[in-house]
Design a protein around this ligand. Structure first.
Ligand SMILES: Cc1cc2nc3c(=O)[nH]c(=O)nc-3n(C[C@H](O)[C@H](O)[C@H](O)COP(=O)(O)OP(=O)(O)OC[C@H]3O[C@@H](n4cnc5c(N)ncnc54)[C@H](O)[C@@H]3O)c2cc1C
Length: 490
């Protein structure tokens, strides 16, 4: 008889795992506490405006393509994708911005204009980054369930030891003097959740993802990806349950027995949890938890975020689809996140206006704005603070664009630490899991397979490979491969 698998949460890792296991013949049910699927990638609609609530940067298109190929499909069978040009715009002050265009050749010209000789350095840097990408993303990522350190040692990585010891900041500073170019080159690893000075140089493959592969956009926004993975899952027989809160995990003889969902018992053979790891372990009796409170409190967490979803009753000129506001000191802001956690004095922020490239996301003549300020996890969060920071960023946006914006805000909704905790059971309100520092890479990350309970598995951004949508999709494959392998050895 086919085994029943319950998957807790409907983030990308859960959606991915559900498809792989259903294809192998398992009866799979995805159980989500919220009313819609997609985990942190939910959609928010209001008064004719549509917002992706979480991820917005579609990088590493090859990972998405590979996922659909594994089911004898193509990404284009599900959604259209276009490359953004410019990929993004970086603001350093009033009348001081740089646009990162859609090819390395064009970007090299921008670099050369900023700093003589930097285009040659960039070519070298990106060649190395491509080499790392080919090793990491095309090869290793899919073979590293994080079980043993030996996974890291391959014919190709033995020549890369230096790049695990060095860090991104050091490598960037070797080649580039301009603080603008340095900031642009250090930006991609922010997606990995830690400071550039705390991220191994090997992760420069994110720079290749940025400059080499480019920034893409699904036609109707990121939610297209969620919808497509759910459609694929349904065609393979996956069942989806929403508004179903998993309250505890039932164990019998140190083996998974089932779940309590909305106060009712449901039985199954195998459980994967794509929900935050610390939360999942809190659903277990203490003796079945692998990690203590102390373990989680000592981890380097990705930041939390203060988010705003804003409807403007006008078009905003001089902004691109993606915009980074790097007009303040990145080190000062990073220190407020990681070293002495507190609300940032002078925050950097990110904004996207998807209505710049997709007129369906806002009513005609209007603009939708998504704003993100990275902040420390577990800090105080209240309406006054949210208002204060909205005023800070909107004032700066007015200054940069030279346009009045405050009085054109039709509505704004915010999302912050408390919401991450409440909506996603996120530890300390983290936005994207555990950072990819050297000590939180590969086998040093929390296990995909419980070592205390048989048939209990984990996936997602706290496990391998790490934060971000492409890694979450890979994580779903890694955990499914592990389950299939474990089942064969029974
Ligand atoms: C604001 C923001 C911006 C981001 N930007 C980008 C980006 O531009 N590009 C990119 O690649 N990545 C980005 N990320 C990161 C990316 O979204 C995540 O790494 C990825 O989506 C995580 O997927 P996951 O599988 O770990 O699950 P999650 O998305 O964390 O989903 C877990 C799910 O489990 C559910 N759950 C929790 N507890 C229970 C329970 N008891 N019962 C039932 N269900 C439960 C939660 O409701 C949630 O739906 C961003 C994240 C955020 C928050």
């Amino acid at each position: 008889m086919n085994k029943n698998v319950f998957i807790i949460g409907s983030g990308f890792s859960s959606l991915s795992a559900s498809c792989y296991l259903a294809k192998k013949g398992y009866n799979v049910t995805v159980i989500e506490k919220n009313s819609t699927l997609g985990g942190r990638a939910r959609q928010f609609k209001k008064d004719g405006f549509t917002f992706d609530m979480g991820p917005s940067w579609y990088w590493m298109p090859d990972v998405f393509e590979r996922f659909f190929n594994d089911f004898d499909k193509k990404r284009s069978d599900f959604y259209d994708l276009s490359k953004l040009d410019p990929a993004y715009k970086v603001f350093f002050g009033k009348n001081d911005s740089m646009s990162i265009e859609d090819s390395l050749q064009k970007i090299k010209k921008v670099f050369e204009k900023e700093e003589k000789g930097s285009s040659i350095e960039l070519e070298k840097f990106i060649n190395e980054a491509k080499n790392n990408y080919d090793i990491a993303v095309k090869d290793m990522l899919y073979k590293m369930p994080g079980i043993t350190p030996l996974e890291l040692i391959t014919k190709k990585t033995v020549f890369k030891v230096k790049s695990f010891i060095s860090n991104i900041r050091r490598e960037v500073r070797k080649g580039f003097k301009s603080h603008r170019l340095r900031a642009i080159l250090e930006f991609p690893v922010l997606f990995l959740g830690a400071k550039a000075s705390n991220t191994p140089a090997f992760y420069s493959f994110m720079n290749y993802a940025d400059f080499g592969l480019g920034t893409w956009m699904p036609k109707n926004g990121f939610y297209d990806v969620v919808q497509s993975m759910v459609d694929l899952g349904k065609s393979l027989g996956v069942q989806y349950m929403t508004e179903c809160n998993v309250e505890s995990i039932l164990i019998e003889n140190k083996k998974v027995e089932g779940l309590i969902i909305n106060k009712e018992q449901h039985f199954c053979d195998i459980i994967i949890s794509g929900a935050d790891y610390a939360h999942t372990e809190s659903l277990l009796d203490k003796k079945f938890r692998q990690y203590s409170k102390d373990y989680w409190s000592k981890k380097t967490w990705s930041p939390s975020s203060l988010l705003f979803y804003v409807g403007f009753d006008k078009k905003i000129s001089d902004v691109a689809h993606h915009n980074l506001f790097f007009d303040t000191d990145i080190d000062e802001h990073s220190s407020d996140i990681y070293d002495e956690p507190k609300w940032p004095e002078n925050p950097l922020f990110y904004a996207n206006f998807t209505s710049k490239t997709n007129d369906k996301t806002a009513p005609k003549g209007y603009e939708n704005g998504f704003f993100l300020i990275p902040i420390a996890t577990s800090i105080s969060d209240n309406d006054q603070l949210r208002e204060k920071y909205f005023d800070i960023i909107i004032t700066r946006l007015e200054k940069f664009t030279g346009e009045e914006l405050k009085k054109h805000v039709l509505f704004k909704e915010s999302f912050c630490v408390k919401d991450f905790e409440k909506e996603y059971n996120s530890y300390g309100g983290n936005a994207y899991g555990l950072a990819n520092t050297l000590m939180q890479t590969a086998f040093l990350r929390p296990n995909l397979r419980s070592n205390k309970v048989k048939n209990l598995y984990f996936s997602g951004q706290l496990t391998v490979p790490g934060p971000g949508v492409p890694p979450a999709i890979v994580s779903g494959k890694l955990v499914s491969d592990l389950i299939i392998k474990d089942e064969k050895t029974i």
